[in-house]
Write a protein that binds this ligand. Structure first.
Ligand SMILES: *Cc1c(COP(=O)(O)O)cnc(C)c1O
Length: 484
């Protein structure tokens, strides 16, 4: 069989007597799936699935779909998650069969358009971060953190600096930061925040030494504050021989205004699904490219997209690469939406995105300040963290009560109980795509809620199909049966 032959792969449903589906794919051996499985693994009888008429099925799924909560139905100020509008035009682009129908095993000759898009995206993202080398492979922000820490570990191993085993993480960081560090085999050390909610420089200095591998910093941080001492921080880490990792989840505040590479970061991830409008929620789908300095480039995952003459190629030739972290080239569907977003807005448009995101957050902050404690909030970047600590003490109203009651008003709850450095935290990120009317209505709802009867709030939500499930039990012991 040669590459130019067009063949079909037979997908055979495991249920005997079912029709087989023929899908045109590419050059792989033709074999029924059941013949590839060990004998005992093929079902002898159909599974006992419910038999219902088509109309009942359609109604079931349509009714379920009307219970979806999304940025397309309601305001969604979930702090740190950047739930901005996902332009429908980009959905149509990404669904175009010319892109969506490309098979990852297709010959490069036949996927030049897709490779060009990925190559563009490599260039856009390195320019925006000010860090010259990139991998588009990681599938989410947390995956980008892990990948970059593997890259750092490979670098230190290669240079014989194996005693650098510690990763320093501020106490305001996202939980994925220490989790990624541990998964990558490092030991984590917590760095304290000072009274202003910023990195405590004395604490940082006392924890830097020749065992420091990486300092992970989020800037602006999870309190919505820009670390004004960032240059001093990155200098201190470099003087100690460590690398600086920027958690780029909050890039929506600084696009085109400052660049991580310019303020001293050596590596950073993007959350394309946050900053560049991939629709996300409930765990996916994501894309978490990492950009790094040149001296870290040899360790990046492969393949990388490169341009040779007029052609685009996949480059696997990186002998010191940490290897693959995901199948193929990354989450191309989300990268394509990000590409369309960046192409549409251009450099000036992206800068305006951040300016408006910061303006909207400050407007909401100013509307709420008299009614809520905002411990570090004279001004904020693209988000801020209010506290229900006083309300809890005086009226027994918790952040959870407020979040749950907002659902009755038709709003998604803010992020609650994070970051951990603020008690009874309510972290709000309105994003640039919301109107003044929406922000005013949301502020009015919050103010109305804290004046409601506390015992009524303790039972909220009152209008949802379920009220207060035991979330831990639901996650650990999910009931997956369709019938009792
Ligand atoms: C969202 C987020 C992450 C993790 O990103 P995912 O894409 O959800 O894996 C990491 N850090 C911060 C600050 C975040 O907001």
């Amino acid at each position: 069989m040669n590459n130019t032959q067009s063949i079909e792969l037979l997908f055979e449903l495991s249920r005997p007597g079912r029709r087989t589906h023929r899908l045109p794919v590419c050059d792989v051996p033709v074999k029924p799936v059941s013949s590839l499985l060990p004998a005992g693994a093929v079902a002898e009888a159909p599974p006992p699935l419910p038999e219902v008429g088509e109309i009942d099925l359609i109604r079931h799924y349509n009714n379920l779909s009307t219970r979806n909560f999304s940025i397309d139905t309601n305001f969604y100020p979930l702090g740190s998650c950047t739930m901005k509008y996902n332009p429908k035009r980009h959905e149509r682009f990404a669904a175009n069969p010319a892109f969506a129908g490309v098979h990852p095993l297709q010959d490069e000759e036949t996927t030049q358009g897709m490779l060009e898009m990925l190559w563009d995206m490599q260039n856009f993202l390195t320019e925006i971060s000010g860090l010259p080398a990139i991998s588009l492979q990681p599938a989410a922000g947390a995956h980008g953190e892990l990948t970059a820490l593997y890259v750092a570990a490979a670098y230190f191993r290669d240079k014989g600096m194996t005693s650098r085993r510690k990763v320093l993480v501020p106490d305001s960081a996202h939980g994925t930061n220490p989790a990624s560090a541990v998964l990558a085999g490092f030991q984590t050390i917590t760095v304290k925040s000072n009274a202003k909610g910023l990195v405590d420089l004395d604490d940082l200095k006392s924890k830097l030494d020749d065992s420091t591998a990486v300092f992970m910093i989020t800037n602006p941080n999870t309190l919505g504050l820009f670390e004004g001492q960032i240059r001093q921080i990155t200098d201190l880490v470099h003087q100690a021989g460590g690398l600086v990792y920027l958690d780029g989840a909050n890039m929506n505040a600084i696009l085109g205004i400052t660049r991580p590479g310019d303020f001293g970061a050596d590596m950073q991830h993007y959350n394309v699904h946050k900053t560049f409008t991939g629709p996300h929620g409930g765990g996916g789908p994501g894309s978490g490219p990492i950009t790094v300095r040149d001296f870290l480039a040899p360790y990046l995952p492969t393949p990388l997209v490169k341009k040779v003459g007029d052609k685009f190629e996949l480059d696997y030739n990186l002998p010191k690469s940490i290897g693959r972290v995901r199948s193929f080239f990354g989450n191309v569907g989300i990268l394509f939406r990000g590409w369309a977003y960046i192409r549409t807005l251009g450099p000036d448009g992206l800068k305006k995105v951040s300016e408006h995101a910061v303006l909207n957050a400050n407007y909401l902050l100013s509307r709420l300040k008299g009614n809520f404690d905002v411990p570090h909030g004279d001004r904020c970047m693209h988000e801020f963290v209010a506290s229900a600590k006083g309300l809890r003490r005086e009226k027994r109203i918790s952040a959870m009560d407020i979040g749950k009651r907002l659902l009755d008003y038709g709003y998604h709850a803010p992020t609650v109980y994070f970051p951990l450095v603020v008690p009874e935290a309510l972290m709000m990120e309105p994003t640039e795509t919301e109107s003044k009317q929406t922000l005013d209505a949301f502020a009015d709802a919050l103010i109305a809620i804290i004046n409601e009867e506390p015992t009524f709030l303790h039972q909220a939500p009152h209008t949802m199909p379920i009220s207060r499930p035991d979330e831990v039990k639901a996650a650990k012991e999910p009931i997956l049966r369709w019938t009792a």
